[in-house]
Design a protein around this ligand. Structure first.
Ligand code: NAD
Length: 358
């Protein structure tokens, strides 16, 4: 039963996976190891997959940024590989602050039109936090809003950053949220917004959500202001178990870190960037430069992202096996969990413990 409940929380289940097996009967999965702790946590995932005999051949791909016609781009071989295999697993990528290349995370989302970012967050049984009943699913619009990258200096000391909201992108992500609710047995969608202030922008998002809701008479639609959702979530997260939440880009980015904090931190929360044909799975956290290279990073978030990926690929029994091994390791005491969770284990020790529970 635990696995079935977990499957519901980590399921993506909307866009269908159309990747093909290779002649060994395995799927090829491009992997972007990423920056900072990326290579350490990617290695942990690969070791666990080898031990669990998951029928996947990893294909390391390079995302070193290139400027093509003044625009940040990733190497064309990488784009071709991800388009061909319809899937990728991604470690964190560092972004320079205030200057330098456009965020590669944004570039990937735009290149593959990964319009919905699914971020489940679930209390870990056996790991004590102030609440033990967090079980949220947040769907973040992934292509526009404040992350459109449209910024300019009007006059010295005055900058405009444009928040772009379109009916098309809003309807698409809201439809994804309703489909997700239907496919995972939830009967409520909560649209989170601030249309009291951003009357036109968030107003359009809300209007699009309410229009889409008419096509889902079996799902009830609810609305809430983002500040109110934050307050209520940290006061008592349990009512949010019933909903799939959907919201514009920046709110989803912030709100999902807030939810991560409720269950023990960023080391634990996975995500899936879902497109029409292609999907990229990655941890919610960044490259953690403060602990990179020290062998203490927590690979759980990337592992659970890979579990979401396996479920999306229809490899549910492998997904369940790895997820159960990760969750039971997390519940097995401070000597087996990493420092971010107040434990003492190295990445290597944690990885060995997961393998011993497969
Ligand atoms: P961060 O998520 O990298 O780190 C925040 C804190 O959480 C740090 O103290 C870090 O040590 C800790 N932490 C994060 N993941 C952990 C893990 N797996 N195990 C143990 N501790 C962990 O956020 P940041 O410091 O704000 O950002 C660092 C860089 O990452 C920036 O360049 C940022 O742009 C980038 N970033 C990338 C992504 C992505 O690739 N999707 C997401 C967020 C941030």
């Amino acid at each position: 039963r635990a696995a079935a409940v977990a499957r519901r929380s980590y399921a993506t289940k909307v866009a269908s996976f159309t990747g093909q097996k290779n002649d060994k009967g395995h799927y090829t999965v491009p992997i972007i190891e990423g920056d900072g702790i990326g290579p350490e946590i990617s290695e942990a995932v690969k070791e666990i997959y080898r031990a669990a005999k998951v029928p996947i051949d990893w294909l390391p791909v390079d995302v070193t940024p290139r400027l093509i016609n003044g625009k940040t781009s990733i190497p064309s071989e990488t784009i071709e590989a991800i388009n061909k295999h319809k899937i990728a697993l991604k470690g964190p990528l560092a972004t320079p602050v205030g200057k330098g290349h456009v965020s590669l995370n944004l570039t990937l989302r735009r290149t593959f039109n990964l319009f919905a970012n699914v971020r489940p967050c679930k209390s870990i049984k056996g790991y004590k936090t102030p609440y033990d009943n967090v079980d949220t699913v947040l769907i973040r619009e992934n292509t526009e809003g404040e992350y459109s990258g449209i910024e300019h200096t009007v006059v010295p000391g005055v900058v405009q950053s444009i928040k772009l909201i379109t009916r098309g992108a809003s309807e698409r992500v809201c439809r994804y949220a309703f489909e997700h609710a239907r496919n995972t047995g939830k009967s409520k969608v909560l649209v989170v917004h601030k249309a009291t202030v951003m009357k036109l922008g968030d107003g359009l998002f809300l209007e699009a959500a309410l229009a889409v809701a008419k096509d889902y008479p079996d799902i009830s639609v609810h609305t809430e202001l983002i500040d109110n959702t934050c307050l209520k979530m940290v006061t008592d997260p349990s009512p949010y178990q019933e909903y799939v939440m959907v919201m514009p880009n920046l709110y989803g980015d912030i709100m999902s870190d807030l939810c991560s904090g409720l269950i023990g931190g960023l080391g634990l929360t996975p995500s899936g960037n879902m497109g029409v044909e292609t999907s990229i799975f990655e941890a919610v956290h960044g490259s953690a430069p403060d602990i990179a290279g020290k062998g203490v990073a927590n690979p759980t978030a990337l592992l659970l992202s890979s579990v979401m990926m396996l479920q999306h690929m229809g490899l549910s029994s492998h997904a369940d096996k790895i997820e159960n091994a990760v969750l039971t390791t997390l519940a097995s005491g401070p000597e087996n969990i990493t420092r971010d969770l107040r434990g003492s284990a190295s990445t290597k020790h944690f990885t060995e413990q997961v393998i011993s529970r497969l």
